[in-house]
Ligand binder design. Structure first.
Ligand SMILES: Cc1cc2nc3c(=O)[nH]c(=O)nc-3n(C[C@H](O)[C@H](O)[C@H](O)COP(=O)(O)OP(=O)(O)OC[C@H]3O[C@@H](n4cnc5c(N)ncnc54)[C@H](O)[C@@H]3O)c2cc1C
Length: 181
C-alpha cells in the first residue's frame, strides 16, 4: 500500500493558496491514500477544490497539526510526527512518501513601487510578457501565470523574449538602423 502525506507549509497555512489541495487531489488519483496535514484550523482557499478534495474517500485531512519531525531509515522516509495544536499531543503516522508544499511568494518586494503586481506579488504581464510599462518584460514564475511548472516558465521565457525582440525592432531609432545597415 502506498501512503502519501502532503504537508502544507507556513505560507500556505495562512490559507490563501489552493495549491496543496490541488496537489492532494492529483496525488489521490495515483496513490492509495493521501493525508493532508494542515497547520491552520481549517482549509481555506478554493471553494471548488475543497468539496472535491473532501469527496475523495482516499484522502484524510488533518487540521491544526504542526509537523515536527520527518523520520527515515537512512534511505527513505518511514514516519512523520506532528503535534495536535489543540491538545499538544504528539501523533505519529507512517507515510511512504512526504510532499512538502513550499510557498509561492515571488521575490518582488523591491518592484512594488515600480511595476503593477497582483495581490500575491506576481508581476502583471500581457500575452507577450510585457508589463504595463512599455519595454519592460517579465517571464517565469514571477509573472502572472496560473500554473507554476518548469515547462511553463520556459515557455513564458521564450514568449517574453520574442515580445522583447518585437518591441526592440518596432522601437529602434532611425540612427540605430542606419548604423547597423
Ligand atoms: C520544491 C519544489 C519542487 C518543484 N517541483 C517541480 C517539478 O517536479 N516539476 C516542475 O515542472 N516544476 C517544479 N517546481 C516548480 C519549478 O521549480 C518552477 O516552476 C521553475 O523553477 C520556475 O522557473 P523560473 O525561472 O521562473 O524561477 P526560478 O527557477 O525560481 O529562478 C528565479 C531565479 O531568480 C533569482 N532571483 C530572485 N530574485 C532575484 C533578484 N532580485 N535579482 C536577481 N535574481 C534574482 C533566483 O535566485 C533564481 O535563480 C518545483 C518547485 C519547488 C519549490
Amino acid at each position: 500500500m502506498t501512503t502519501c502525506h502532503l504537508k502544507a507549509n507556513d505560507s500556505l497555512q495562512e490559507g490563501k493558496h489552493p495549491v496543496p489541495r490541488k496537489h492532494s487531489i492529483d496525488l489521490a488519483g495515483i496513490v492509495s491514500h493521501v493525508t493532508l496535514i494542515e497547520f491552520d484550523n481549517q482549509l481555506r482557499a478554493d471553494e471548488v477544490l475543497q468539496p472535491k478534495l473532501r469527496s475523495l474517500n482516499n484522502v484524510t485531512i488533518i487540521t491544526s497539526a504542526m509537523t515536527t519531525e520527518v523520520l527515515g531509515d537512512g534511505s527513505k522516509v518511514n514516519g512523520l510526527i506532528y503535534k495536535d495544536r489543540n491538545t499538544d499531543e504528539n501523533i505519529s503516522v507512517e507515510p511512504e512518501g512526504v510532499f512538502v508544499q513550499i510557498g509561492l511568494i515571488p521575490n518582488t518586494e523591491f518592484l512594488k513601487k515600480t511595476l503593477e503586481l497582483t495581490p500575491r506579488g506576481e508581476i502583471v504581464v500581457d500575452s507577450r510578457g510585457e508589463t504595463p510599462i512599455p519595454g519592460i518584460f517579465a517571464a517565469g514564475e514571477v509573472a502572472t501565470a496560473p500554473y507554476k511548472q518548469i515547462i511553463i516558465a520556459m515557455g513564458s521565457g521564450a514568449n517574453a523574449s520574442l515580445g522583447a525582440f518585437d518591441y526592440l525592432i518596432r522601437n529602434s531609432f532611425e540612427g540605430d538602423t542606419a548604423e547597423t545597415a
